[in-house]
Write a protein that binds this ligand. Structure first.
Ligand code: TRP
Ligand code: ZN
Length: 879
């Protein structure tokens, strides 16, 4: 790790310049050795056509040994180039030339998991965003696209040798080693390069594309995991079919390879023809993976597959355009998951994640636009804003254009830019052309950070039989701008009649009523809309399907909310009405607690809640969503000055109250939803498990031995991980005497399965038991804990920071713990360390005492030698 003695500098979008030199062809040869791998690179390069004068050649590179530089056959001496910590400058090169560079790298010692590294003794690479420059010196930027040819030489104890594209040769070498040669016919940026070598087995299948080509599908895993790949393979085939059906997009190579590794910084990586995955998003089996894990595998497999067009065939001009590929690809994987599963539940989950994590990001010191204007370390910008808000921006364009024109727009964008490195503006231009609309105001979603607030007031005119909606939008200041221009906000609204039915809508100035959901476009700071032809005062259903990523403010009465929770035709808004009602209730309890009053749920709320619980017509997955109280994070996000421990106390109290006052109803539903045999992933079965386990957790709040016995029975007898883990988690959350026995049992049973030991750590770190902090400190010393595996680190330290009641201890010990761990990890893996420091960016939103404690830890961290990654988070948090 390169520690920084002076403050690292920011890079700005406005400074973008085209590359001075382009690479036409790359030939790479790897001689793999764990601690001393030789990399020979042969580049055919030429000066960019837009440059008239010769310029020095700048190549990026760090963390390696430069052995030799040969220009057009002549070895360069040290006077011909200048090496520094971030690369090399070659002073003079002709207009067209061949450059040969030899470097030596140390994969076994590479703990950053960027570049070439080892996982379980196998070699693999991670090049996005700046990993390739740790392999060889190269113009490591996405607008330099080249054809790659790769030769890998290694000992035979690494039988599998893979790179992008097509296998063109393989064979034996004189020294007993073997080799393989790969050629990728599609020009690509260096961040999409991949190499894998090791002792892996391969699960194969094939897919016939719509035009009749056969594609070989291969998933490579360690031998011990070979029975866990079926779901990933099925998900891949479904993704390939979906992209053909919805966007007319076919796969373009003869082979699609996926490799699963245990040590990985993020979820997965879309390298051309050779995806590398965190094994968490490949492996699944009923006994080891939960329903949520299955969904995760399906969506990440789809996400990486979809990148083949949105990301690879059309890539990003520079990293400021990251959302061009990520926002669009998240949107595509969300639509895919919605089509494969319950669309309503998917939308609720996506919005829940957005509000729980992206809204706070947008309200904190790291807030940035979907297309950031500057960054210090690009790794820090793989954020919820770029990914998930980016997907909402795409979704809004679909809402404005309609599905058909939107799909035309995507196709036009891909056609115009195939084989190129494009920008977010290019994408919007294609949408404007396909939709025949001017989207210039809409583009502010790309350049302005912050979550807009929309205030709606409705006025019913008895005489005129009309309803006027007065809307005001406001966006709070964020680091890049104090003042914001008004956004173009698509608001899908409906009106409900007294019988709960949807009213056909007619706006002032229209001849007749039309559809029952209308997209209003709020473009001004203040704007009104009037619906006419109403027989009676309707109930407003605003922001259907969460049509824009905004905070909606409206003063709905409890009765209106309860009515919409029961009747709204939009299932998202039924859920939303229930959440709003619960939020009001919990916030009221919180102020009761703070003012020393009794804090309890109102009988009215409990009654409505029980009523919903007993609805046997409702879809069970949706019902579980409806019954689940807003999360601690979401509650905290509503408060100017938050004491997360009070939030925990209130929410736990409410859960306990629901458990005890609805005990009989919960018990009935728990029993009705009992599993009837074979594990199945159909939405019915998933819904049944979710409702059953939800009932179990509330019943366990009662600390009743009969319930504990049921829970233990579920834990020991379940054949699937969904039910077993649910029972395990509530046992760990419970003071029952069997708690330790269950903890030990889980460990014994699953110790050979890293992904399950991750769960074992996180369940304990998330416990609501008062001794959790001491337990976490002990677990840090457990032999199975390791700092070098990101999943494991996240499963203990990361999970603990999400345990708001424990992490935000009033004595600051939780904060000190995190700072210590992050500083240690920063020495090995800056990318993950910076990510884990995320909770520190929220310090200004805490109540004064905790705010000072957290700030003190930030100040302490700032005084240490930090990586660029962590430096950016810490310094921006303090500024
Ligand atoms: N491009 C990847 C995706 O979203 C994610 C990614 C970015 C990544 N940087 C990474 C993965 C670093 C691993 C390591 O699909
Ligand atoms: Zn992605």
């Amino acid at each position: 790790m390169a520690a920084n003695t002076k403050a690292p500098e920011a890079i700005h979008l406005e400074d973008y310049k085209t590359p001075a030199y382009l690479v036409d062809q790359v030939q790479l040869t790897f001689q793999l050795e764990p601690s001393a791998t030789l990399v020979r690179s042969k580049l055919q390069m030429s000066r960019n056509l837009d440059r008239t004068e010769p310029e020095p050649l700048r190549l990026d590179g760090n963390s390696m040994e430069l052995i030799s530089v040969v220009l057009d056959g002549k070895t360069l001496s040290g006077d011909n180039y200048q090496l520094d910590a971030e690369g090399v400058t070659i002073f003079a090169v002709p207009e067209k030339f061949c450059l040969e560079i030899e470097t030596k790298i140390d994969p076994a010692g590479n703990t950053s998991l960027e570049g070439l590294y080892q996982s379980s003794g196998n070699f693999c690479t991670q090049c996005e965003a700046h990993g390739f420059r740790k392999i060889t010196f190269y113009p490591d930027r996405p607008d330099v696209m080249a054809k790659f040819r790769v030769r890998i030489e290694a000992e035979k104890k690494y039988p599998v040798l893979l790179s992008n594209g097509n296998l063109i040769a393989e064979g034996e070498l004189e020294n007993g080693h073997h080799y393989a040669e790969w050629e990728d016919p599609f020009p690509k940026p260096s961040y999409l390069f991949a190499l894998v070598a090791g002792d892996l087995v391969c699960i194969e299948d094939s897919y016939k594309t719509r035009s009749g080509r056969d594609v070989l599908l291969q998933i490579f895993v360690e031998e011990r995991n070979k029975d866990f790949c079926d779901h990933a393979m099925l998900s891949l085939k479904k993704s390939m079919k979906w992209d053909e059906d919805v966007f007319d997009l076919e796969y373009d190579l003869d082979r699609y390879m996926i490799v699963a590794v245990d040590d990985f910084n993020m979820g997965a990586m879309e390298n051309k023809g050779l995806n590398v995955f965190n094994s968490k998003y490949v492996l699944a089996h009923p006994e080891t993976a939960t329903d949520a894990d299955y969904l995760g595998v399906e969506s990440v497999i789809a996400h990486e597959y979809f990148h083949n067009w949105t990301g690879n065939r059309v890539t990003c001009r520079d990293w400021f355009q990251l959302s061009l590929k990520e926002g669009l690809t998240v949107y595509r994987d969300q639509q895919f998951s919605a089509d494969m599963n319950s669309a309503a539940v998917c939308r609720i989950d996506d919005v829940r994640i957005l509000r729980q994590h992206q809204f706070p990001e947008d309200a904190g010191p790291m807030a940035h636009p979907v297309r950031p204007a500057s960054y210090v370390e690009i790794n820090n910008f793989y954020t919820m804003t770029v990914y998930n808000k980016g997907a909402e921006v795409i979704r809004m364009m679909r809402t404005l254009l309609g599905e058909e024109k939107f799909v035309d727009g995507v196709k036009l964008y891909l056609k115009r830019h195939d084989g190129d490195a494009a920008t977010c503006d290019d994408f919007v231009r294609a949408m404007e052309a396909a939709g025949q609309r001017d989207l210039s105001q809409f583009k502010l979603w790309y350049s302005q950070a912050g979550t807009p607030q929309v205030l709606i007031r409705s006025h019913y005119d008895e005489q005129a039989k009309s309803l006027r909606l007065d809307m005001v939008q406001h966006c709070p200041p964020t680091p890049e701008a104090e003042q914001k221009q008004p956004f173009q906000i698509p608001l899908a609204v409906g009106l409900l009649a007294a019988d709960g039915s949807d009213i056909p809508l007619q706006l002032e100035g229209e001849d007749s009523a039309g559809a029952t959901t209308r997209v209003l476009e709020l473009c001004e700071k203040e704007q009104s809309f009037t619906f006419i032809g109403l027989k009676e005062q309707p109930i407003l259903s605003p922001l259907r399907g969460f049509s824009a990523p905004v905070r909606l403010k409206a003063d709905f009465s409890d009765d209106e909310l309860a009515f919409r929770m029961a009747h709204d035709a939009d299932s998202f808004n039924r859920w939303e009405a229930g959440q709003t009602l619960a939020l009001k209730e919990l916030l009221r309890m919180l102020s009761d607690l703070e003012e020393g009053r009794q804090f309890v749920l109102s009988p009215k709320f409990i009654c409505a809640w029980r009523h919903a619980l007993e609805d046997r017509q409702a879809d069970m997955s949706l019902l579980t969503q409806l019954l689940t109280l807003p999360s601690e994070q979401y509650l905290s996000d509503q408060l100017e000055e938050c004491n997360p421990q009070a939030v925990r106390e209130v929410r736990d109290r409410a859960r306990w109250q629901l458990g005890s006052e609805c005990q009989a109803a919960l018990m009935e539903r728990y029993q009705e939803c009992a599993d009837d045999g074979e594990y199945s992933l159909d939405p019915q079965a998933v819904g049944r498990r979710s409702l059953r386990n939800f009932c179990l957790t509330l019943l366990m709040e009662l600390h009743d031995q009969r319930m504990t016995d049921l829970c233990l029975e579920q834990y020991y007898k379940s054949q699937n991980m969904t039910d077993r883990l649910a029972a395990f988690a509530v046992m760990v959350d419970n003071p029952a005497q069997d708690r330790l026995a269950v903890i030990n049992d889980f460990y014994q049973r699953w110790q050979e399965h890293p992904l399950l030991i991750d769960k074992w750590f996180s369940v304990q770190a998330m416990s609501h038991q008062p001794q959790v902090f001491a337990e976490v400190e002990l677990l840090l010393r457990h032999p199975a804990f390791s700092m070098s595996n990101p999943n494991r680190f996240r499963s203990l330290v990361g999970a603990f920071t999400q345990n708001l009641g424990a992490f935000h201890r009033g004595d600051g010990a939780g904060y000190r713990f995190l700072a210590d761990q992050v500083l240690l990890l920063d020495q090995k893996n800056p990318q993950v360390a910076a990510r884990m420091a995320g909770p520190f960016t929220r310090w200004k939103r805490l109540e004064p005492h905790r705010r000072e404690l957290m700030k003190a830890e930030l100040v302490r961290m700032q005084a240490a030698e930090l990586s660029k990654d962590l430096y950016e988070i810490v310094s921006k948090s303090l500024s």
